[in-house]
Design a protein around this ligand. Structure first.
Ligand code: 1PR
Length: 554
């Protein structure tokens, strides 16, 4: 029996699904006594370090947890569940962690690499353990802005490090107490196997220097003692992979079925009818098996109706998360709403329902444009926007901004106040300058906001990633709009997903080589089976671009 310590923030549904999928039964910790009564305890920390510790304090869980850990009983922490084992974190100064492991968790420094560290990376394994045995060449899904560092004082705990700029602690184990910075429940079959080893007890006794967690006195002594040399297995740096994302534009067709559709420059109708390219749950499952690193659903007509009334869409998410174990993003209609009976819902209510149904990230389109217009008028954010509220509660990494820009050509930069680029693709009247106008409601309306301003402001408000479409390129198959993508990529330090226009595998290499984006997304070529995901990854690998093995799907 597995006990789950879920304090109700973020998407724990995937972890529940993963545990059930692996054939284990699960009970929830509902009161402090349940912790000491647990046989095996799993702690998927979610959200910010301080919020997690406050919640544990409020619930009276801190002392029983410390006691459980001090007794060296089976424990598995995930992400913040690893970080809270340390003494504290720069994320929440003054908040004490569980302090089982010496050291402070620190933010990734600003620099060439985007923060959060979001995507698939490897493990450099230090000790021979059953938990991570044979995973040297595998990749796992990480998403975090803070990380624990390996020091001489905590070296006895460190199982593996991962490199992102510099190296950080990606897994720890001492006796039956273990934790990982990555998300095994989002890391495909390889991640599920790591989870299974904990759940089954196979990982318990396998550490070469298998020891119980030290009692506080021993711990104090240990803090002062010289570090023992780690049993280093490899000194090859781990390599962060570029992500390939399959996107499913979903809407109800004219006969009332929820279908995956695909537009040409956002027009999804052919001979008057909505194109039907398949069923959302089946297609998502297929892309998981074919090696997609992430799946995105866009509810493309959600701007018309109240999205929480759209139960089939929520059902799609619930069913997909039962057997798709890579990150899921959902977009469409995330904004405040008043229903026909006058009941008001906040964007947080809408997002919360998506997270509870299995989404790891939500994507905000039209509402981001009005937010930027408001911020312009006010001079700064006032905490009331969907972006700020969702990022505050669920973390920046959970908020993606979906941008739907189209080119607006001008004769010279003086002809507009927007951020203009000089373009190598001249306009209809020979113009050699353009700006990228953000549209709303699925490209139906323009705005006075340009894509660069939008990306910058949303990053400031707390967004964790930009999904950058292009109406000009959508469905054309002629390649990504490299000028647009390079301009937005260089304007922000959060990850950017290039989208729209992929036609052949080489387009993916090109967008990574020429713009430095972290991920590339495609729809049409995958839906029509013109280019399998595996072929894209083979091309990328041949061009020297790091990717996760395409056949890792399960
Ligand atoms: O504005 O918050 O309700 O969100 C609506 C979301 O729906 C936005 O993310 C918007 O991009 C999306 N959307 C709205 N209408 C359409 C449409 O196509 N009529 N789809 C639409 C956007 C673009 C990509 C597409 C890529 C790759 N689709 O998702 O998958 O362009 O396509 P390709 O590889 O075939 O070229 P809100």
């Amino acid at each position: 029996m597995i006990s789950l310590l879920d304090y109700g923030a973020g998407n724990v549904r995937s972890l529940r699904n993963a545990i059930t999928h692996l054939g284990f039964e699960l009970i929830d910790i509902a009161r402090p006594d349940d912790i000491l009564a647990a046989e095996r305890l799993i702690f998927p920390g979610v959200g910010a370090f301080g919020a997690a510790m406050h919640r544990l304090q409020q619930l009276g869980y801190v002392e029983p947890l410390r006691e459980y850990l001090a007794a060296g009983r089976p424990f598995f922490g995930i992400c913040i569940g690893l970080q809270t084992l340390f003494e504290g974190s720069e994320e929440s100064p003054g908040v004490r962690g569980l302090a089982v492991i010496p050291g402070l968790v620190q933010r990734f420094p600003a620099g060439a690499l985007s923060v959060p560290h979001m995507g698939w990376n490897g493990l450099r394994i230090f000790r021979d353990t059953a938990l991570l045995q044979g995973t040297d060449s595998d990749k796992f899904y990480f998403v975090h802005s803070y990380r624990a560092l390996h020091t001489s004082e905590n070296t006895d705990w460190v199982l593996s490090e991962t490199d992102y700029g510099s190296s950080f602690v990606s897994a720890i184990q001492r006796g039956h107490v273990m934790a990982v910075q990555f998300h095994p429940e989002k890391s495909g079959p390889r991640g599920l196997e790591v989870l299974r080893r904990f759940l089954s007890g196979d990982a318990d006794a396998a550490s070469a220097d298998h020891q119980a967690v030290p009692r506080p006195a021993e711990q104090a002594a240990m803090l002062g003692k010289a570090a023992s040399a780690p049993d280093i297995r490899s000194d090859t740096p781990t390599r962060f992979a570029k992500r390939i994302i399959a996107c499913l534009d979903v809407r109800t067709n004219d006969t009332g079925d929820l279908v995956v559709t695909k537009g040409d420059q956002y027009d999804v109708r052919e001979a008057g009818a909505v194109r039907n390219l398949g069923k959302p749950v089946d297609l998502a499952r297929r892309y998981y098996q074919e090696g997609a690193d992430e799946i995105t659903f866009l509810n493309i007509t959600a701007f018309r109706d109240f999205p929480l009334a759209d139960q089939p869409m929520l059902e799609v998410l619930r069913r997909t998360s039962e057997n798709v174990f890579v990150p899921l993003t959902i977009g469409g209609g995330i904004r405040a709403f008043t229903d026909t009976e006058g009941r008001a819902y906040s964007a947080l209510d809408v997002a919360g329902e998506y997270f509870r149904s299995g989404a790891d990230k939500i994507s905000i389109g039209s509402d981001a444009v009005s937010t930027v217009q408001q911020v312009r008028a006010l001079g700064s954010g006032d905490g009331s926007s969907a972006i700020e509220q969702i990022a505050e509660l669920y973390g920046n990494q959970a908020v993606v901004i979906s941008v739907d820009p189209r080119r607006v050509y001008v004769m010279s930069p003086e002809h507009t106040e927007r951020q203009v680029i000089e373009t190598s693709i001249p306009g209809p009247n020979g113009e050699s300058f353009c700006w990228f106008q953000c549209t709303v409601k699925g490209g139906r309306e323009g705005s006075d906001v340009d894509a660069i301003e939008l990306a910058r402001v949303c990053e400031r408000l707390g967004a964790g990633e930009i999904l950058l479409n292009s109406i000009d390129r959508d469905g054309t198959g002629i390649g990504f709009d490299l000028e647009l993508i390079a301009a937005v990529r260089s304007a922000v330090s959060i990850p950017v997903i290039a989208s729209s226009g992929a036609g052949i595998p080489r387009h993916f290499s090109e967008v990574f080589e020429r713009t430095g984006v972290e991920a590339a997304l495609a729809a049409g070529i995958f839906h029509r089976r013109e280019v399998p995901i595996e072929e894209v990854k083979l091309r990328l690998r041949a061009d020297g671009i790091e990717v996760r093995e395409a056949n890792d799907g399960g």
